[in-house]
Design a protein around this ligand. Structure first.
Ligand code: NAP
Length: 255
């Protein structure tokens, strides 16, 4: 018996990185997984991998910053998979890394549209289905950057701080409906998002070493480190956990 046997889980941004690892692990632990992303080819590949491993998954194209699309896709997922138990609000972008006084309104809004409005739209449109099911678990990807500061990516920091407190508000609001809402706060994890950042800085190996050194545990994390936490929050093992922050960061925020 898997840890999330029989549950239906939606993962946004599920084609790559932490989202992909979460889709694979949720399926391995018995969930039916709705893999969603703006990257269709990569998303379909995740579904294929899950099916090859004996799991169950389907792919939907979904841009979380488009409310109409969120509403339509979630209705279709409910229709095809019968219920919705788990939502992993994972889709996110890093945005520009410039000092605050150089950031344009457009650059600010782009990050907020995906990282904040995306979480809002997906939560808004999953709640009625979870109320129907009679319980649910919503897992929001914040970051260490939603807890502590660093002198880079100001809109990203603001967006992840927003996700942290949105999580607690929704946890309070929907506790009576047995819908739990928690945030996950990864340290640096080696995913395409971070690899692309490293490439933009020039020497990938040098950047990776620099990131390794930021974590007291001595190295950057891998997507499965976060996926294990997500499976815990999705499962009934965490039935008394809501409004909490699960920090998985190799000790980054312990200093
Ligand atoms: P990633 O490697 O960039 O994967 C994210 C996926 O989401 C990509 O497939 C991306 O497509 C997709 N996506 C982007 N915009 C979208 C939208 N509007 N609608 C739906 N999907 C969209 O990112 P990751 O590193 O796995 O990060 C996953 C989550 O963890 C994010 O919320 C991130 O902020 C958070 N996080 C990551 C780290 C880390 O170190 N990696 C640390 C803390 C928190 P594109 O590739 O086309 O953008």
């Amino acid at each position: 018996m898997g840890r999330v046997e029989g549950k239906v889980a939606i993962v946004t941004g599920g084609a790559l990185g932490i989202g992909k690892a979460s889709c694979l692990l949720l399926a391995k632990e018995g969930a039916k997984v709705a893999v969603t992303d703006i990257l269709d080819k990569e998303g379909q590949k995740v579904v294929k991998e899950i099916k090859n491993n004996g799991g169950m998954a389907l792919f939907w194209h979904l841009d979380v910053s488009n409310e109409k699309e969120v509403q339509k896709v979630f209705a279709d997922i409910h229709n095809k998979l019968g219920k919705i138990d788990v939502l992993v609000n994972n889709a996110g972008i890093a945005g520009v890394s410039k000092p605050t006084h150089e950031i344009t309104e457009e650059e600010w809004d782009k990050v907020m549209a995906v990282n904040v409005k995306g979480v809002f739209f997906c939560t808004k449109h999953v709640i009625p289905f979870m109320k129907k099911t009679g319980d649910g678990s919503i897992i929001n990807l914040s970051s260490i950057y939603g807890i502590v500061s660093s002198p880079d990516v100001p809109p990203y920091h603001a967006s992840k701080g927003a996700v942290r407190i949105m999580t607690k508000t929704d946890a309070f609001l929907y506790a009576k409906d047995k819908i739990r809402v928690n945030s996950v706060h990864p340290g640096f994890i080696w995913t395409p998002m971070v690899e692309n950042y490293a490439k933009s800085q020039g020497n990938v190996e040098e950047v990776r070493k620099m990131l390794d050194n930021l974590h007291p545990i001595g190295h950057i994390g891998e997507p499965d480190d976060i996926a294990y936490g997500i499976v815990y929050l999705a499962s009934d093992e965490s039935k008394f956990v809501t409004g909490s922050e699960l920090v998985i960061d190799g000790g980054y925020t312990a200093r």
